[in-house]
Design a protein around this ligand. Structure first.
Ligand code: G3H
Ligand code: 13P
Ligand code: ZN
Length: 309
């Protein structure tokens, strides 16, 4: 098998009751945990790499690890750049063999976002690579883009239609109330489903992308805290809300925080439970198993993407 683009994955998922999980990867164990779960579930998969992940692991290591995962499995895997901040990083990833890139121009005014997205679309499409863009601002923190909740703005449906038409982008990340990280809501979780439906009605053929889609499951936060962590007041998007969003054009669901919590909880537990042990393979291996279990749970119960291969 070779890496694939997301075109066929999204075409199949659009308007069905399932979505493709896009999981952030930073090292070998995270990649193995995710791919082993998707392989066992026969689920298509997107592995996504942020600028921070490239800096941490170094681009060539991640690329080679993902190539190894493709050789070691027989499911469809797309390699995607998450939150590319400018043309240069998108170009680098296209040139490096990524099959999908995100240009995140959401911090710019509409006209500038359209301009840089169009530039990336032209370069990527000429080389058989697909492009995701973002319109509207999510609150939260990524390496490249920091947005506080006061300046977060939801996507305007008419602008989304104009944006897709003018840029020719393949998929669109929208802002309807999710945010990155483990602190998504102060009070009751709220997503603007009316807005999502309007966007989907105006651009029914465009796969929509939900960033900040981790659910920050209590069990994992509690386990982190039980074994020495300090993550008070964390809250994510309830999994029923993700299931609902998937019914209205959301084809790609981005999950990073839930993997971080699962891995951290298990590594913390292992180290506390085995004070005599100092073999990194033991505790990182426990973290890898936790990643696999989390991804299996998402695929089965939230994304509904099992047996789609
Ligand atoms: O959207 C953000 C992802 O969780 C990646 O986070 O920039 O810390 O790698 P990162
Ligand atoms: P979470 O922080 O909710 O996992 O979102 C990840 C994400 O959107 C990556 O682009
Ligand atoms: Zn994101």
């Amino acid at each position: 098998m070779a890496l694939v683009t997301t075109t066929e994955m999204f075409a199949k998922a659009l308007n069905q009751d399932y979505a493709i999980g896009a999981f952030n990867v930073n090292n070998m164990e995270i990649i193995q945990g995710i791919v082993d779960a998707a392989q066992a579930e026969r689920s298509p998969l997107i592995l996504q790499v942020s600028a921070g992940a490239r800096k941490y692991a170094r681009p060539v290591y991640l690329k080679k690890l993902v190539e190894a995962a493709v050789l070691d499995s027989d499911i469809d895997i797309a390699l995607h750049l998450d939150h590319g901040e400018d043309f240069a990083i998108c170009k680098q990833c296209v040139d490096d063999g990524f099959t999908s890139v995100m240009i995140d121009g959401s911090k710019h005014e509409l006209a500038e976002n359209i301009r840089i997205t169009s530039e990336v679309v032209k370069y990527a499409h000429d080389r058989g690579v697909v492009v995701e863009a973002e319109l509207g601002k999510l609150a939260g923190i990524e390496d490249a883009v920091k947005v506080d909740s006061a300046s977060a703005t939801f996507t305007v449906p008419e602008e989304a239609a104009e944006f897709v038409e003018k840029t020719g982008v393949d998929s669109l990340a929208i802002a309807i109330g999710t945010s990155h990280g483990a602190y998504k809501f102060k009070g009751t979780p709220y997503l603007d489903f009316e807005r999502l439906k309007q966007i989907h009605e105006l651009i029914p053929q465009t796969p929509l992308v939900l960033h900040g889609a981790s659910s920050v499951l209590k069990e994992f936060v509690d386990r982190c805290n039980q074994f020495g962590g300090q993550i008070p007041g964390a809250q994510g998007v309830p999994e029923e809300m993700i299931l609902e969003a998937v019914k209205h054009g959301v084809c790609k669901v981005n999950i990073d925080t839930d993997l971080r919590l699962a891995m951290t909880a298990e590594v913390r537990k292992y180290i506390i439970d085995h004070p005599e042990d100092f073999d990194p393979r033991k505790y990182i291996g426990a973290g890898r198993t936790a990643i696999q279990a989390m991804v299996s749970h998402k695929i089965r119960n939230v994304l509904n993407s099992s047996n789609r291969m």
